[in-house]
Design a protein around this ligand. Structure first.
Ligand code: GLC
Length: 796
């Protein structure tokens, strides 16, 4: 069953049946003010931080899953009948509704009772305001008297207090109304204000939540809508604030009326300035067009045209969008993480920052710097950290002694016992990738502090050495890297035991670092780290092969895991894919291992993380054995490592298998089977329930997952084979043999490469000839800024 379709022209997903099996998310805002909303306008808004500067409230993990939201009610003033443009919360017949999720905006629409209405939520670039642009058209064949009401529930800025400390929150914030503006005052702060206004003179307003909903009613059936009037008090201190404005309209038959609500950052004065700016509809149209232009620019850095239409759609729009969202929002804002855990996960952010350097070098660079500053000089990263803590702070006047107390920086620096063995290793490769894309060798020389202020600041390059030296030091009795608190798999807690995956990841990081050192002319270092690479590769070769696949590691008691002798957790995806990606152990073992991966882990939806799932609790292995079989890390189709398998298959030259695996995980492949998938088909989800659970095939946790970035990275750099290098662009695809080829346009270092790949012999991999502007070449060189070059790559 399908609930909607991709509108490729507009880069939108159109939801035709809004009663989807789960809430379907979108993200709005590209700068400071941002929000998470679903297809019913449920969701929340914040300024920079969902934890410390919340603007609207959201009730996490509630029934229904989408409350409250940013709602526009319409009311027929002749009958008293009312509804909302976004279906929920009034939930009139679902056939009347549609929603469109676009890039950083969502449009809700309905045709009900002869009235067509649309509500577009977006945040203009360069302004700290969310616009609710509303169109109402009378299609009923007669003049109508329609009232419009807005409603949003305002929050305390600090979400922790807002959720728990009512004896404080109910008495330290208030609101007032004048000049058509509701001003919420966070009285306990210095200059804590939010505003809500509109481009019209309101006929009524309400600033207090319960006076809008009624004490024993809620947003489904608000008392205010039953009455048809808002009779707010112009000022009220304490309680719960809301943003409700009312306008009575007389709409002649066939006429459209357009109006706009504005929810913003700042006080009444700020509101008046913003209102003046966006009062005219053409200013809003321009702002929406500017937002589209922002995304078109990002999309222009790589456009692909392959025989796989779903892949084109995902790479040109949705996977790029998801990857960009991950770099911006990390994992801290969704319907799952509703603001309780701000901060950057060290490993997640390191990986996110590697995947979209071409479309967002500025943000990726900012993330790399934040991560480098959160590196402990011993060489491990702070597992979850708030980058703000490591920034130079300007002293602001008033500090509240009880609210929003900032923890002492020192207390945030955890010891090695809380370090994860993989966290910082990702960063080395991300730094190399940043320099490959931008050519900015100077980045390696930039001097930055370590998290522990006592340590002398050092160059980015030296930070990388600290990371590698940590992994070299922290090996176990077999010489394999220790697992520590966890490795990439949060639920595999091997402590002083060893992780095969991390040793392979170490090899990859070493390889990237050696190439970086060579590029920077540091041959001594390159040689020294080559020796470490050689030694580590030998340990891996000698210890980690089980006969048909690679082990996952050793527990702290020395027991191997991921072996044929294991009844549960026999085969693990991470170690097998990384053994191939790290390279150097030969294609024979690699192919055998990846065949075992398919045999044991393959499903129609992608590859499971491990199998058979654990049913017996075993704390020597870790928390994974306490997760139900088929869910999350215990045998689900965990999306994040799936692209690693595509890369591995491409390295092995098996393009048909890589594409088959791509198609299985590709969310768009499941657009017409949403009764199984349940989640949105435009976003890769964190996991898909595995075989050992009755909900096999059900996807969970959209957007906030490393699989967004990795899907992009693996498909572009390995299947299509277009990858940046320090001094050139590489095109080395591994495609299905049946493809005749494909085209792509790739911007690189300011030049534009128009790439054609030809596959006359119908093979998967192997470049026979490269033509650059018609001339035979060995490599594809860096061209001058603003130049265009034609690249023809023939496989054979
Ligand atoms: C979640 C975490 C990520 C971890 C993965 C596997 O996606 O955000 O850090 O690697 O789970 O445990």
């Amino acid at each position: 069953m399908r609930y909607g379709y991709f509108d490729n022209e507009k880069h939108e997903y159109v939801i035709e049946k809004v009663d989807t099996p789960m809430s379907w998310t979108n993200y709005i805002g590209t700068e400071n003010m941002v929000g998470v909303f679903n297809q019913t306008a449920g969701g929340y808004l914040f300024y920079k931080s969902a934890e410390h500067h919340r603007i609207t409230r959201f009730r996490g993990n509630a029934v229904p899953a989408d409350r409250p939201g940013h709602y526009v009610y319409l009311r027929d003033d002749e009958t008293g009948h009312y509804w909302t443009i976004s279906w929920q919360p009034t939930a009139k017949p679902v056939e009347c509704y549609k929603a469109r999720h676009g890039l950083s905006y969502s449009v809700y629409s309905c045709e009900y009772s002869g009235i067509y209405a649309e509500q577009t939520l977006f945040i203009p670039r360069g302004a700290d305001v969310e616009l609710w642009d509303v169109k109402i058209e009378n299609r009923s064949g007669r003049p109508r008297r329609i009232s419009v009401f807005s409603y949003a529930e305002l929050s305390w800025h600090q979400i922790d207090g807002d959720n728990k400390n009512f004896q404080c929150t109910l008495y330290c914030a208030g609101a007032s109304y004048s000049d058509g503006v509701i001003e919420q005052e966070l009285h306990y702060e210095e200059n804590g204000y939010q505003f809500f206004t509109a481009d019209f003179e309101p006929d009524g307003f309400e600033i207090e939540r319960e006076r809008f909903t009624g004490v024993w009613q809620n947003e489904n059936n608000p008392e205010a809508l039953e009455k048809g009037e808002l009779e707010g008090r112009t000022s009220w201190q304490g309680g719960n604030q809301c943003a409700a404005l009312h306008k009575k309209l007389s709409i002649p038959e066939g006429k459209e009326i357009r109006l706009c609500f504005m929810l913003g950052e700042g006080n009444r004065k700020a509101a008046l300035a913003i209102r003046a700016k966006f009062a005219h509809a053409h200013a809003r149209d321009e702002a929406l067009a500017a937002l589209a232009a922002y995304w078109r620019e990002k999309q222009s850095h790589l456009r692909v045209n392959t025989p796989n239409a779903a892949m084109n759609n995902m790479l040109n729009t949705w996977t790029l969008y998801q990857s960009e969202i991950n770099v911006k929002f990390s994992r801290f804002a969704s319907f799952i993480e509703t603001g309780g855990r701000t901060g950057l996960g060290y490993r997640d952010t390191s990986q996110d920052a590697m995947c979209v350097v071409h479309s967002n070098p500025r943000k990726c660079r900012e993330r790399l710097i934040q991560l480098l500053k959160a590196l402990v000089s011993k060489g491990y990263g702070l597992h979850l950290f708030d980058p703000e803590l490591f920034e130079e702070k300007k002293e602001t006047g008033y500090k509240n002694p009880t609210i929003g107390v900032v923890p002492d920086k020192k207390s945030m620096i955890h010891g090695v016992e809380d370090a994860c063995s993989d966290d910082a290793l990702w960063l080395v490769s991300s730094i190399a990738e940043y320099i490959r894309e931008t050519g900015d060798a100077g980045f390696a020389k930039m001097v930055l502090p370590y998290a522990d202020a006592e340590a002398e600041p050092d160059s980015v390059y030296e930070h990388c050495k600290k990371i590698l030296n940590f992994s070299q030091r922290m090996t176990g009795s077999h010489g394999v890297c220790q697992g520590l608190r966890a490795d990439w798999n949060d639920c595999l807690n091997l402590g002083g035991g060893e992780s095969a995956m991390v040793s392979y990841l170490f090899l990859w990081a070493l390889d990237n670092f050696i190439k970086l050192a060579q590029f920077l002319g540091k041959t001594k270092d390159a040689d020294a780290y080559k020796a470490i690479h050689k030694k580590t590769a030998k340990v891996c070769h000698d210890t980690l092969w089980d006969g048909k696949w690679y082990l996952r590691g050793f527990t702290k008691t020395g027991r191997p895991i991921g072996t044929d002798a294991d009844a549960e957790g026999k085969v693990h995806l991470e170690s097998n894919t990384w053994a191939v990606i790290a390279g150097g152990d030969g294609p024979e073992r690699g192919m055998r291992a990846m065949d075992s991966v398919e045999e044991y882990l393959g499903t129609p939806y992608g590859l499971m993380l491990n199998a058979p799932a654990y049913t017996v609790i075993d704390d020597d292995v870790g928390f994974v054995t306490r997760v139900y079989p088929g869910l999350k890390e215990n045998g689900a189709i965990f999306s994040h490592p799936n692209p690693w398998a595509w890369i591995a298959e491409c390295i092995l030259g098996r393009g048909d298998r890589a594409m088959d695996l791509y198609n299985r995980l590709c969310p768009a492949s499941w657009n017409d089977k949403c009764e199984v998938r349940k989640a949105e088909p435009y976003s890769t989800c964190q996991f898909i329930t595995g075989k050992n659970h009755p909900a096999f095939g059900e996807a969970h946790h959209p957007f906030m997952t490393g699989s967004g970035g990795w899907s992009y990275f693996a498909a572009v750099q390995y299947i299509l084979g277009i990858r940046p290098d320090f001094d050139k662009l590489i095109v080395d695809p591994c495609i299905p043999a049946e493809w005749d080829g494909f085209n792509a346009v790739r911007c690189f270092r300011g030049g534009e490469y128009r790439i054609t790949v030809l596959n006359p012999k119908h093979i998967s991999k192997g470049v026979a000839e490269i033509l650059v502007n018609g001339k035979k070449c060995d490599i594809i060189p860096v061209i001058n800024k603003g130049q265009i070059c034609h690249v023809e790559v023939t496989l054979g």
